[in-house]
Design a protein around this ligand. Structure first.
Ligand SMILES: [Mn+2]
Length: 261
């Protein structure tokens, strides 16, 4: 896979189909499918400047809670899922990282829909750059309790256990779990972003050029220089407050903020 043009976003935390964030994201994905991304990052661009993207990366917490059930999809999530399928049919590759609110995405998004799902890290080339894309909830290695909880929630026994729980009860439990993980990550977004930058700098040392993360809900783009190469750190913000996204084209990363029409 060689990405030439790509859009990245994270932390939409979709709950209800009629929520503002759901409607905004649907509009945004329509714009992306129609090739209007350039006009979104640069309001001065010609309206007819069409740019079809190759890849859409959703770096975690697309849903406020997701436990797999390929046979019974939460109807509140149907619109977004159908929109992703439309993008896929339009020839855009859809990639999903799991976040701390979505579990076992592969069971449906990969096995049924054929999208690419990453449980923790997407280690992908962006043209000639080595890029790491992640939700970012495992970046704080000191938070041992959370890391342990994450392992349990993603273990095989837990997978089997949640399969036998009726969907509605599972969604209720997932709502609880999403509250719990919010408590676990009480840290302020900025403080979290600093930890992520420190982590990314280590990755830059070991040869990565690009580090893209979600989870801290802060939109942030920084460049660093090391060994004569430009390194790029991006925190993607969210679709709750910022409606932020990252656009990549022609070796340039741009943070954009979606303004609804
Ligand atoms: Mn998160």
């Amino acid at each position: 896979m060689v990405t030439m043009k790509a859009v990245f976003l994270a932390d939409a935390h979709i709950r209800k189909a009629e929520d503002e964030r759901s409607l905004q994201l649907l509009n945004f994905l329509d714009d992306i499918r129609e090739g209007r991304v350039r006009t979104l990052v640069d309001p001065g661009a010609l309206k007819d400047t069409v740019a079809k993207i190759d890849d859409l990366f959703i770096a975690g917490d697309l849903f406020d809670y997701w436990f797999c059930d390929r046979n019974y999809i939460n109807p509140e999530f149907r619109y977004i899922i159908n929109k992703l399928i439309e993008l896929q049919k339009a020839g855009i590759r859809v990639h999903l990282c799991e976040g701390n609110h979505d579990f076992f995405l592969a069971d449906y998004f990969s096995d049924v829909l054929g999208m690419k799902v990453y449980e923790e890290w997407a280690d992908v080339p962006i043209e000639n750059m080595k890029a790491l894309i992640t939700h970012g909830d495992t970046v704080d290695r000191q938070n041992k309790f959370y890391l342990m909880l994450r392992r349990i929630f993603r273990s095989r026994p837990f997978y089997c256990l949640q399969r036998i729980v009726p969907a509605r009860l599972r969604w209720a439990l997932a709502g609880l779990s999403s509250q719990t993980s919010k408590k676990i990550n009480l840290e302020k977004g900025e403080a979290l972003a600093e930890k992520m930058i420190a982590f990314a700098l280590e990755k830059f040392q070991s040869g990565y050029d690009v580090f893209i993360t979600g989870h801290c809900h802060v939109p942030l783009l920084r460049h660093y220089y090391s060994d004569g190469r430009r390194k790029t750190f991006v925190a993607l913000g969210d679709w709750i407050k910022h409606y932020s996204f990252l656009y990549y084209e022609n070796r340039k990363f741009t943070l954009g903020y979606y303004k609804p029409r």
